[in-house]
Design a protein around this ligand. Structure first.
Ligand SMILES: Nc1nc2c(ncn2[C@@H]2O[C@H](COP(=O)(O)OP(=O)(O)OP(=O)(O)O)[C@@H](O)[C@H]2O)c(=O)[nH]1
Length: 983
């Protein structure tokens, strides 16, 4: 029993406060008012006063009802940790009958009745009952606390027992599910309402737990609760489960009533319980074998499906459930399939990871311990079906690769699936120093590959020629071949009249417009004559154009070998003969300039015969026509002969087929891009066709004939200028119309790659040349040149000619060469490589001019190749060291030899030639053999030192450091002169 306020006591005994205050005053108890507190002894005094005949306190007159309520807190500790605080409220209600009988509503009816008339006995009875109440309350509290402790201990045992067995079945699924599910709430409010005990009217044990939101849809918790609270009397708890708000799971277990603790506000109570829950969670976390492993006791519970990832959630739920639930192992088994299904949804099964691997990674899912001790049949099955498992090779993997002509080290490493450094190391062992980006040749690559334990075979590279033949065959096959015009190439020595002949035939005057009067690049002309259509290729006669002539021979049907009647067979004539024979092309000899006075056609025929050209005139099969390109004499006969030869050849080609042909010339023109002169060999080339030209490709954007007129199509043997290619192809490249752009691109790229590889390989070879050769080369002076020309043919010619100028002392280096005008980047390159730019029939744009002026780059403009060569020769000459020559000055004959004390030996001489000069070197000759090289010590005439003594004059000569001059010797005086050299 405890102190109580007056007004509270009045409320309990159901009497007005004023009456009670008066009775207290009557009983001698002084209180200050309704709020004053009275002690137990004062209550007893009051009772004694009443017993002595005071009026009853009840206003009803015949009974008194006393209600008491007390609240206390019980802290439930666990393992030395701070325990939870549980509020316990005890309520009392007593009714005393005013008459002969005392009525106690809540007291057991079996208690003996008290005589109504005996005040003393009633008072004593009241006192006794109050005392019993106190004891009962204390024992109830004690009992509650003992029960809690017992329950806690029991729960600990259960947890320890379950932690070993339950973990593997449940934990993995929980760990998988957690991060992927949206937060959902499992919000049961569990209320346990025991029946009120007769003596302890109401015992309220309230526990409020705030749980973070779980991540699953709400699941009705079917917690089977065996009440842990056993009050004095038997209590039968019931459980209510109520979903709460989405973010809070509140589990309140109320025993004996639902009223909150009056002493604490709702917020305070919640805070207390949350704190307790957190403590519990922390302690639970520490008890678990791994922080990442969820509590095994979650397994059998449906609440566990919420799969809280955090220890706090797990601990709280387990606290709630374990405290009041005897976890049934059977339930764990029942839940397993459900969880497994959920896990599958969770995504782990969607990963392409073998079950075995998944099993291994199950460590973080809490399954590690189970894995360690016993196999999981499910996982065993999964392992059997595993498809993606990696198995470490147990033996060295021997690869079989194909090696192309050249291969870069990094590419080889990739093919062998090893590190490039391993290849470099292997090559170092073989005595080769390589870097990752260097290209190595096929043989070396095969050696290295075999050294590394792999197998290598030379790659059967796609034969470009075979591929082309196949493609051309594809284009042509199935189309009817029709007669086509002959392609005629005119070849001959310089100035023998090639262009003049063509000029006459075309009735134009092309030759007059050519720079320097010579043809510098190939021209293709399609000419309709009275005798039929003929396509002429006009090739330059200069030696520099050998390559172009070679190409001309390959694309032509007939060669006209033009020989000037007044000049005869010359070097380029012989070269043309070789090309014609090599290409197997029939020749027609045109002996030109027969109008000239010195013309001697018979001499020409003889010379041709000497060069294995068997002319018809000399009994052979090569037709010969005597012409004059100037007067037109014999031209018709020549054309007739040409067509006759063509007829014999039966030249035919399919007309309707997709076109194939050759690039005769290519250039880059401002505003037009790449322009290629294409001679169609088969089929018809049309605008819009997809062309593959060597390493370039593109659609025909526009076509022009030789007169610059746009044309829509070009048939066999017709030359056209084509626009639309990606870049200027190489002169002589095969041209083929394709339908598959992707394939065209692929082939073009492959060819470019090949060109690049060849270039790299060439560079590597040049780098790997003998060290001494390199040193020697570096000692040579260099003339660096950057060539830009209007057409590819001129570029080639210039490059070849200039490179051929190199000598042992001066080397000509072509930094780069290309077609098109001179750009700023050309100037930059020339500046960086200290090169002189040779601009051949091209000009410089304003920016490039300014850049050149700023950087001091020398740009020289030419339109005649001879001038280029002469200029470069003079530049090279300037770099040559001057030649030192000896120039004879005079000769003196020794007539007598004297001895002088001052000078030693002195030779008395007569100057027989030139003059003797004191400052110049001399040689002493005996029988015309040089016996001494030196200089004069003195040159005297009549005892006087003189600088010079001329022929016919006597003089005395003392030779420095030489005393063996004899009578009859000759002394020669000479001078060293430096003479500039020329290339
Ligand atoms: N008298 C005479 N002169 C000729 C004849 N043919 C050419 N010429 C002259 O010879 C010179 C060279 O003629 P081209 O036609 O330019 O000789 P080319 O062989 O084409 O010379 P390149 O283009 O340098 O290879 C010119 O001045 C012509 O006028 C001819 O039949 N008679």
């Amino acid at each position: 029993m405890s102190d109580i306020a007056v007004k509270k006591l009045a409320e309990i005994i159901n009497a007005p406060v004023e009456v009670l205050l008066k009775q207290l005053q009557d009983a001698g108890i002084h209180v200050n008012g309704p709020d004053a507190w009275i002690t137990d002894s004062q209550k007893l005094t009051l009772l004694a006063h009443i017993r002595q005949g005071a009026a009853p306190v009840s206003n009803s007159g015949n009974k008194i009802t006393i209600k008491r309520r007390s609240t206390s807190e019980v802290t439930l500790g666990a393992g030395g940790q701070r325990g939870k605080t549980v509020s316990v409220e005890v309520r009392h209600k007593k009714t005393f009958a005013a008459g002969s009988k005392l009525s106690d509503q809540s007291v057991d009816s079996s208690q003996p009745p008290v005589a109504a008339g005996a005040r003393v006995s009633r008072t004593e009875e009241l006192a006794r009952q109050l005392s019993a109440e106190r004891q009962a309350r204390e024992s109830a509290i004690l009992k509650t606390e003992q029960d809690r402790r017992q329950l806690e201990a029991k729960r600990m045992e259960q947890r320890q027992a379950q932690s070993v067995e339950v973990v593997p079945e449940v934990a993995p699924e929980i760990m998988i599910e957690i991060p992927e599910k949206p937060p959902v709430v499992v919000p049961p409010v569990v209320v346990v309402e025991p029946v009120v005990s007769p003596i302890v009217d109401e015992v309220v044990v309230k526990e409020t737990v705030v749980i973070p939101p779980p991540n699953k849809t709400p699941i009705a918790a079917k917690a089977v609760v065996n009440t842990p609270v056993t009050p004095i009397a038997q209590a039968t708890p019931t459980v209510k489960t109520t979903p709460s708000s989405p973010d809070v799971l509140t589990a309140a277990v109320t025993t004996g009533g639902v009223e909150p603790n009056d002493n604490l506000s709702a917020k305070e109570q919640r805070e207390v319980v949350v704190a307790a829950a957190r403590e519990e969670a922390a302690s639970a976390l520490k008890r678990r074998p791994s922080k990442l492993k969820p509590k095994p006791s979650l397994a059998p519970r449906e609440v566990a499906d919420s799969s809280e990832p955090e220890a706090e959630k797990v601990a709280v739920v387990s606290t709630v459930v374990e405290k009041y639930t005897d976890t049934a192992p059977a339930e764990k088994t029942d839940k397993k399939p459900v969880k497994s299904k959920v896990a599958g949804r969770g995504g782990r099964e969607e990963l392409h990871v073998p079950a075995g691997n998944s099993n291994r990674s199950g460590k973080k899912k809490g399954g590690g311990r189970r894995d360690a001790f016993r196999p999981d049949p499910r996982q065993q099955n999964s392992n059997a079906n595993a498809k993606h498992g990696f198995e470490k090779p147990t033996a060295p993997v021997v690869k079989e690769i194909e090696i192309p002509t050249t291969i870069v080290v990094s590419d080889l490493a990739q093919k062998l699936a090893i590190r490039a450094t391993d290849i470099i190391k292997a090559m170092m062992k073989m005595g080769m120093m390589m870097t990752i980006n260097q290209a190595i040749d096929q043989d070396t690559a095969i050696l290295v590959t075999e050294e590394l334990g792999h197998k290598a075979t030379p790659m059967q590279e796609m034969d470009d020629a075979a591929l082309l033949a196949a493609m051309i065959g594809q284009n042509v096959n199935g189309y009817e071949a029709k007669p086509r015009p002959p392609v005629v190439t005119i070849m001959g020595h310089v100035d023998h009249g090639k262009t003049s002949l063509l000029d006459y035939i075309r009735k134009t005057r092309v030759a007059a417009g050519e720079a320097g009067g010579i043809t510098q690049h190939i021209g293709a002309y399609h000419v309709d004559t009275d005798h039929g259509t003929v396509t002429f290729l006009d090739t330059p006669g200069h030696a520099a154009f050998t390559k172009m002539r070679a190409r001309g021979a390959q694309v032509t049907d007939i060669i006209i070998l033009i020989v000037a009647a007044d000049d005869g067979v010359m070097p380029q004539t012989k070269e043309a003969i070789k090309h014609a024979k090599a290409a197997g092309v029939p020749m027609v000899v045109a002996i030109n300039k027969i109008d000239k006075l010195g013309a001697d056609p018979d001499k020409v025929l003889g010379e041709l015969s000497q060069n294995e050209v068997n002319t018809e005139a000399w009994g052979g099969d090569v037709p010969v026509v005597q012409i004059s390109a100037k007067t037109g004499q014999g031209i018709d006969a020549l054309l007739e002969t040409l067509l006759l030869v063509a007829e014999v050849q039966e030249l035919t080609a399919p007309v309707d087929a997709p076109a194939t042909g050759n690039v005769i010339e290519a250039s880059i023109e401002k505003g037009r891009g790449a322009v290629a002169t294409v001679l169609v060999r088969n089929g018809t080339l049309r605008r819009g066709d997809l062309l593959l030209c060597g390493a370039e490709y593109g659609r025909v954007r526009a076509m022009f004939d030789e007169a610059g007129r746009p044309v829509k199509e070009a048939g066999p043997s017709i030359p056209v200028a084509v626009l639309g290619l990606s870049a200027a192809p190489e002169a002589g490249d095969e041209v083929i119309v394709m339908t598959d752009e992707r394939k065209a691109r692929e082939i073009a790229e492959l060819r470019r790659e090949k060109q690049r590889d060849t270039r790299f390989a060439a560079q590597h070879v040049s780098k790997s040349e003998d060290f001494f050769t390199q040193v020697k080369a570096s000692e040579r002076a260099q003339v660096n040149i950057l060539i830009k020309a209007d057409v590819q043919g001129s570029v080639e010619a210039l490059r070849t000619e200039l490179l051929n100028l190199s000598t042992d002392e001066v080397e000509v280096r072509v930094v780069t060469a290309g077609v098109g005008g001179i750009s700023a980047s050309d100037v930059d390159l020339a500046s960086a490589s200290r090169a002189t730019i040779i601009a051949f029939n091209v000009r410089t744009d304003a920016t490039a001019r300014k850049t050149a002026a700023d950087n001091g780059v020398n740009i020289r403009y030419y339109s005649i190749i001879y001038e280029v060569i002469d200029d470069i020769k003079s530049v090279m000459s300037g770099l040559l060291s001057p030649e030192v020559r000896e120039v004879f000055v005079g000769l003196a004959e020794v007539r007598e030899v004297f001895r002088s004390s001052e000078l030693g030996q002195v030779a008395g001489c007569l100057v027989v030639d030139g003059a003797m000069r004191r400052s110049l070197p001399i040689r002493v000759l005996r029988d015309n053999v040089v016996i001494f090289n030196g200089e004069l010590e003195s040159l005297r005439r009549h005892r006087d030192d003189v600088k010079e003594v001329h022929m016919g004059t006597e003089c005395g000569i003392a030779v420095k450091d030489y005393n063996d001059v004899r009578k009859g010797d000759n002394i020669e005086c000479y001078e060293r002169v430096e003479v500039a050299r020329k290339i």
